[in-house]
Design a protein around this ligand. Structure first.
Ligand code: MG
Length: 208
């Protein structure tokens, strides 16, 4: 199982961190040991003083494929969830400055929090998904996938040129604006809007 992540996939988020808007998807990976599931707590790591949340829509790859053609891309995912791409922002800033890879800032243990799955057809409205992150009960991020720079299908096509997609792989599709720090004791909750007008909390993570 691979955890494939996309950076800077919402213009507003790229701008808030003063990054250029990319012309191609920015792809990085987290190892399987980064996964944190079943509502387990996240323990604040000792190597950072500036841990940030990034709430993202996550795709679950449902069949194997390489060099996927655009007309078939939507057949590679049927379920989505919400995930947090935890980022040690201070460590990442150091690495970025040197032009080094990001792994230790992004792929450390339990840095990929994952919620429960919902069917795409239950949450897509006009082809888009609306979602939000609450920190200690207050909304801190609110996104809609209509603002994605690179659509889900485009990502499937692009990623599968380089990496074979395999059943069970996860794609973290990027975070909207509003990323920020967490501290010990914070409760993070990811909520998705369903197309029947209700909302569903898919993710809950306590920082310890
Ligand atoms: Mg991210």
């Amino acid at each position: 199982m691979k955890i494939i992540c996309i950076g800077r996939n919402y213009i507003d988020h790229a701008k808030e961190l003063s990054n250029p808007v990319p012309g191609k998807p920015l792809v990085f990976m987290k190892p399987p040991s980064a996964l944190l599931i079943n509502g387990k707590p996240f323990y604040y790591p000792g190597f950072t003083k500036d841990l940030h949340y990034e709430l993202e829509v996550v795709l679950k790859i449902c069949k194997n494929g390489r060099h996927v053609q655009p007309e078939f891309a939507s057949g590679y995912y049927q379920e989505v969830s919400l995930g947090i791409d935890f980022t040690a922002r201070d460590v990442q800033a150091e690495l970025k400055k040197k032009g080094h890879p990001w792994e230790i800032a992004k792929g450390f243990d339990h840095s990929a929090v994952l919620g429960t799955w919902v069917g795409l057809r239950d949450v897509q409205k006009d082809g888009n998904i609306e979602f939000e992150l609450k920190k200690n009960g207050e909304r801190v991020q609110h996104g809609n996938t209509r603002d994605l720079i690179f659509s889900f299908d485009y990502l499937i096509v692009y990623i599968s040129r380089y990496f074979k997609l395999q059943m069970g792989d996860l794609i973290y599709t990027g975070t909207p604006a509003g990323v920020g720090p967490v501290k010990i004791g914070d409760l993070l909750e990811g909520v998705i809007y369903k197309n029947d007008g209700s909302t569903e909390q898919l993710l809950s993570c306590r920082v310890k």
